[in-house]
Design a protein around this ligand. Sequence first.
Ligand code: GDP
Ligand code: MG
Length: 177
Amino acid sequence: NDRKSTSYEHLFKYIMVGDSAVGKSNLLLQFVDKRFAPNSDFTIGVEFGSRSININDKQIKLQIWDTAGQEKFRSITRAYYRGAVCAMIVYDITRRDSFESLNSWLTDCRKFSSCDVTTVLIGNKADLEANRQVSTSEAKEFAEKNGLMFFETSAKTALNVDEAFEKSTEQILKKLE
Ligand code: GDP
Ligand code: MG
């Protein structure tokens, strides 16, 4: 039944932000396509992908907007917070500078998205443990202080990728109850 496969109870818009090269596009690729691109190109402006998931017997369609991290695209990115029910702020656990940028991404998020947006902190590239520059406990503390959900993921091995989308969707559904 074609109608069944295309129907859904909710359509949730997600936005992925964070510094360039932290793995936003690959997280999207892994979640939507179960693929990893070792040499992916810079995202120009904004791209999007979608996938439906089933939570508590409900079909939820996630429409995920993937933005470019570079400063020159920042004003374009800002326009995409509107209508988003979830913002994923991504850093790279092997790059301290991408963690230091989080406050600036949070500021944008608070300014340009709606007030009840679910915000998720993602420490990506968890497969590169030997090169880690940000400890799990430090990131967890930052997340707690700022009221963010927190996951360490790997877009390469798929560690926690589905979980981050599923748990955040559950949280959004709870807010709707
Ligand atoms: P974006 O600019 O934030 O969209 O980052 P990309 O998704 O384009 O990824 C930047 C680079 O990091 C690419 O070479 C990816 O293959 C690599 N990469 C992304 N995620 C991971 C990951 O979880 N583990 C590893 N080892 N590399 C990753
Ligand atoms: Mg990208």
